[in-house]
Write a protein of this length. Structure first.
Length: 232
């Protein structure tokens, strides 16, 4: 998840070529929530620790082996410990999938590992944000080449929700052709949590651009395909 095509996921990628026009970056996806707009002062140190199903287990051995491959990290650069890694998605092929970690509360890093290609990139969250319910919506990016049975290339979107418990799901049900929302949560020593939400859809398929993802209580809702503005 011929020659395989691959591009890193993240908010800096071009929007997917859906049949509906791609939305312009917007910050309107930030949910209504009480509290003043502020980030931890000073920025909360990390790293964060993955919780529940996001924790690396023995069944992830091949994925972790691929992650630790020196080709992913330049010589001399520190490789995050396995205990810091949250497994966002486990690929159908052993040794493939998507991992994330947060060295501090304002930065998250993603590694995508596929059968023939892998990539790594880090991103910054807004430095000023609501302490409860902040949402950062990422752009979709291609991550696999369709097979003869499934000819459409899949796109993967990764969004981040702060200090809000799930589960999360599409407000009016999962759109046709899309996959259900998967989530992985990490927690900082202070109790601050960040939940990574991932969802897939095939290119060229008409996914409603106003589709919303919400928490169970609907305390937090956001447009799944409306990327947040660049917040480095």
């Amino acid at each position: 998840m011929g020659v395989m095509l691959f591009a890193v996921i993240g908010c800096t990628e071009d929007a997917p070529p859906l049949s509906s026009p791609a939305p312009a970056p917007s910050s309107s996806s930030t949910p209504a929530s009480s509290g003043s707009s502020s980030s931890p002062e000073p920025p909360e140190p990390g790293p964060a620790t993955p919780l529940g199903a996001a924790t690396v287990t023995a069944k992830d051995a091949k994925l972790i082996e691929a992650y630790g491959n020196g080709a992913l990290f330049p010589q001399g650069q520190a490789v995050p410990a396995t205990s810091e890694l949250a497994v966002l998605r486990r690929g159908r092929t052993a040794g493939t999938g998507d991992l994330a970690w947060m060295p501090d509360a304002n930065t998250y890093c993603l590694v995508s590992i596929r059968e023939r290609a892998s990539d790594r990139q880090c991103f910054g969250l807004a430095k000023e944000r609501k302490p409860q319910g902040y949402v950062h919506v990422g752009r979709g990016a291609p991550h696999d080449l369709g097979s003869q049975a499934e000819p459409h290339q899949l796109w993967l979107s990764v969004s981040v929700v702060e200090n809000t418990s799930g589960p999360f799901a599409y407000k009016d049900g999962t759109p046709e052709h899309a996959t259900p929302v998967q989530e992985a949560t990490v927690r900082f020593p202070s109790g601050r949590t960040m939940t990574f939400l991932t969802y897939e859809f095939p290119e060229g398929i008409n996914i409603p651009m106003d589709a919303e993802i919400c928490s169970t209580s609907r305390a937090v809702c956001f447009k799944a395909f409306e990327p947040s503005a660049a917040e480095q």
